[in-house]
Design a protein around this ligand. Sequence first.
Ligand SMILES: [Zn+2]
Length: 342
Amino acid sequence: MTFKNKLMDIGLNLIDKQFQGIYHGKKIHPCDIKTVINKMLENDVSRCMLTSSSIQDYHDNAKICQDYKEIISNIGYTVGIHPCSSAEMMDGNDLDMGKFNNLENIWKDLLKTKNPYFLAFGEFGLDYDRLEYAPKATQKRVFEKQLEIISKLTVNLDYQPPVFFLHMRSCDDDLLTTLDNYNFHDDQKFIIHSYTDSLKLMEKILSRKNFFISFNNCSLRTEEGLQNLKACPLDKLFLETDAPWCGIRKTHPSYPLLIEALEETKATLSYKQLEYTVLKKKKIPLWFEENGLDKLEYLIGDRHEPCELWKIYLLASKLKNCTYEEIVVRVWDNCESVITHM
Ligand SMILES: [Zn+2]
């Protein structure tokens, strides 16, 4: 049993402006996506799934997959409309059918050609924490319309359809009951990503067939989050960075655990990332001037990167009291069986 190169980042936002070097609207370094991918590969992350929140995101992610295919082949994306982007699928009070037809045709094409980059439907779902982007009713209608289309396109497929990559925030049972209104393929799988809700709701989710939970560092900002990860069975577990977001902070209850776990596993865990220099804002331009995009040994301030994915795996092993290797191998098996279009 070996864990070499067996990490998959199932939630990665490479289209975020921070990877173009733009922070708060200001460009402070060149686009370093190539370096970010090379760093990721150097630290055991051999696969990744890029998150799309809109139709434009899908096009941008597809371009990244093409642009960097020489350095990473096990890369792909999700295709769907995030609840916070749902207002752009409306035309006044009605669904914008032109846009939904476009989305349907994209999905239809990707399925028909069995496009190897198309890994998941999503990211979609409900987010009642961020109603400023779209009210509940809009979020629901846009989510339901997507489910209706997917049901029609996939219910009779002769292979396992791409998994659902679901966003569920402060919406209690609403997401589950909405899903219940549609017929899906018998082998349809569902991942609730960036899980931050209660243990009780997690148990309810996991009592359903083909449902899985994905954790990132934001899931572990609270004691309850730590308990959730501890309680999530290994055969239901996924892990992600959600980079450039959701880096681990010193104020998180997970931070001291990470330090402790690192101390205990030093001999087996020798990730190069541990030696990277963290660049403070002022030092950034000089670093790129001197090193170009070839030198890998840097991280940028608070920007989270996929090369740091091992941290959440290590936390999972600490919380679940099993070896790092076991977590890696078990979650890898989940990736192989649930995210199948590789
Ligand atoms: Zn999300």
